[in-house]
Design a protein around this ligand. Structure first.
Ligand SMILES: C[S@@+](CC[C@H](N)C(=O)[O-])C[C@H]1O[C@@H](n2cnc3c(N)ncnc32)[C@H](O)[C@@H]1O
Length: 246
């Protein structure tokens, strides 16, 4: 998958909307691309969405009912094509996994792999993760939140689109249990520094890095496609892990 194209934030008023009313629009961390679905992805969506798919709803879901058991819940934001999420779910059958992605071909690809692996501990949303977290995920219900290689929004004027912001990390704090961990990884140094800055000033979190900044890539995080690409390009990779302490 390629990086999300960076587009200007201005948007024309919708048809019927008065030109005089300022058009308010939420700043989102993604731009939906018209990705073509392969036959395999379409088949996976047709056949496996009923078993793995979860719909956004405006009230919190009971996750014990969703998975049919109580177990620590790992939630991944923006899983891309889902390869690393499926691998992690396979390697940790004692945990429940939730993946959230807006890119339909990625959801289709992840469904195909999840079904082929016969996973019972994975569910997926095709929706904006910020809305799902706000409304559909109960407070203090998550043991881990994973954010791997989020869109870096390179240009300074687009930095406000970066998903890691003060309000966003307080939303995650609310959804994590005390002792739960927010794990980020990026191959973009400027974004890593931004993540560190936001997290160091975020109330209620403690850095799990012994050196007060980054952690070694934990064994349980598989190499993602983006990371492999970054390695080929000679990029560094930065992992950050913060625990909710209050
Ligand atoms: C750069 S890609 C990385 C994908 C994957 N984590 C990897 O390492 O290969 C970032 C992904 O985040 C998704 N994304 C961005 N903002 C999102 C949001 N608010 N909710 C759900 N997915 C989002 C994008 O659609 C994109 O697939």
């Amino acid at each position: 998958m390629t990086n999300t194209p960076e587009q200007p934030e201005t948007q024309e008023p919708a048809a019927g909307q008065s030109e005089n009313v300022p058009y308010m629009r939420k700043i989102r961390s993604f731009v939906l691309r018209e990705g073509r679905l392969t036959k395999g992805q379409q088949n996976a969506l047709d056949n496996h969405w009923p078993a793995f798919g979860l719909a956004y709803q405006s009230t919190p879901l009971n996750l014990t009912e969703v998975f049919g058991r109580a177990a620590p819940v790992v939630l991944e934001i923006g899983f891309g094509m889902g390869k690393s999420l499926v691998t992690m779910a396979q390697h940790a059958p004692d945990k429940n996994f939730i993946g959230i992605e807006v890119h339909k071909p990625g959801v289709g690809a992840c469904l195909g792999d999840a079904a082929a692996a016969g996973l019972g501990n994975l569910r997926l949303f095709e929706h904006d993760a910020v809305e799902v977290l706000n409304d559909t995920i109960a407070d203090s219900s998550l043991s881990t939140v994973q954010l791997f290689f989020p869109d870096p929004w390179h240009k300074k004027r687009h930095h406000k689109r970066r998903i890691v912001q003060h309000d966003f990390v307080q939303l995650l704090r609310q959804k994590l249990q005390i002792g739960g961990v927010f794990h980020m990884a990026t191959d973009w140094q400027n974004y890593a520094e931004h993540m560190l800055e936001v997290m160091q000033t975020a109330e209620g979190f403690a850095n799990l890095s012994a050196t007060g900044n980054y952690v070694e890539r934990p064994e349980h995080r598989p190499l993602t496609k983006f990371e492999q690409r970054g390695q080929r390009l000679g990029h560094g990779v930065w992992d950050l892990m913060f625990e909710r302490i209050s």
